[in-house]
Design a protein around this ligand. Sequence first.
Ligand code: ATP
Ligand code: MG
Length: 410
Amino acid sequence: MQNVLASIITIGDELLIGQTIDTNSAWLAQQLNSLGILLKYRVAVGDNAADILAAMEHAQGISDVIIITGGLGPTSDDITKPTLCKYFGATLVENKKVLEHITAFFEKRNRQMIASNIAQANVPDNCEVLFNTYGTAPGMLFRKQKKIFISLPGVPLEMKTIMEEFGLAAIANSFETNSIQHLSLSTAGRGESFVAVMLQEFEQNLPENIKLAYLPKLGALTLRLTGVNTSAELLQLQYEKLHQLVKPYCYALQDISLAETILQLFAQKDLTLSTAESCTGGAIANAVTNISGSSAIFKGAIVCYSNFAKIKILGVDEDIIKTYTTYSEETATAMSKQCVAVLDTNYAIAITGQIEKTETIDSFAWIAVSSQSRQKAIKVPLPYAREKNKELAVNLALNFLRVFVLEDLN
Ligand code: ATP
Ligand code: MG
């Protein structure tokens, strides 16, 4: 078993001025980790030959796998590829297969090829060409002193596809790496610090080669156990212990969103859902409909941002809002009852609140859920800025619904 280390070099001026967020590195790091390869070094450099060379030299000195992304599109072609040639002592040669692919690519789209497109078929003569299904710039694999270098286009879809189709397998076949196994579970209802205290003893008593990671999301927390060169049975044993400890808050024995869990539960029990959303402006509906299969369960949302819409469209009694105010338990409850009735679903979520903090009012929301026969409401504080509060409110609402439905089912 070797300890294989990797470096990631991302190339592009846009990365340095903050125009593009380097999502490539995060994805690559995860993929390499799941092969048992640890990251030693990550760096972003501009479209500049000297900086690229310096980064490659440094990376070669400290790691075995060096992944480079960016700088291969038709525009900045004149920097990265010549730099690779210089580094690996190569000259550019036209690759027939790549040229055919590029030609077909342009024909299919009815677009004119220009010289810089044709130049993308030129590759260093000592690399292994990694075919780019979704774009024109191919990936390139070099071997030097038992180390692997892979240069990829910066476009995330192209980069990922090339790695999945060729790169990861080439790396896995070149090294005997550690075996890494993950087991995750998802929780909601308690924050990271609360759970960390609960799991303190468990974490301290974990075997040397099993680690616990906290992966917090807004309103949810994923816990992941990672075993390095451990048996599946031993990892499973610790996972079961972990599950027992967090059972009241665990909503899935995998890393999935609350919306996915709700849909799975509703699909199993043949239930339907609707939402009446004021302060979330349809964000709950959005979260639910992002998941495939939602159409069998989700019947619709009434985005009643104004009192006018709450009264005229949803049919909430005007007196309730007048008597108890818009942001109240009574209004939220009436909204959820109306939603169940108007959209004729088994369950409805309603939410009304102050999403953005003002000088006089802290942000909060009233969440109510309703079935055909009962309602329940909760007031939740929303401590962040506007957009984060929305995301948090979505998960708090979905979790409130989940617990409510489980009460009915038990
Ligand atoms: P450009 O002139 O647009 O930079 P290029 O010839 O340099 O083109 P690439 O750098 O291979 O081509 O890819 C460009 C595209 O990929 C850009 O839209 C860029 O924002 C995106 N991209 C580049 N690097 C990354 C990265 N590390 N993470 C996410 N996206 C990236
Ligand atoms: Mg670029």
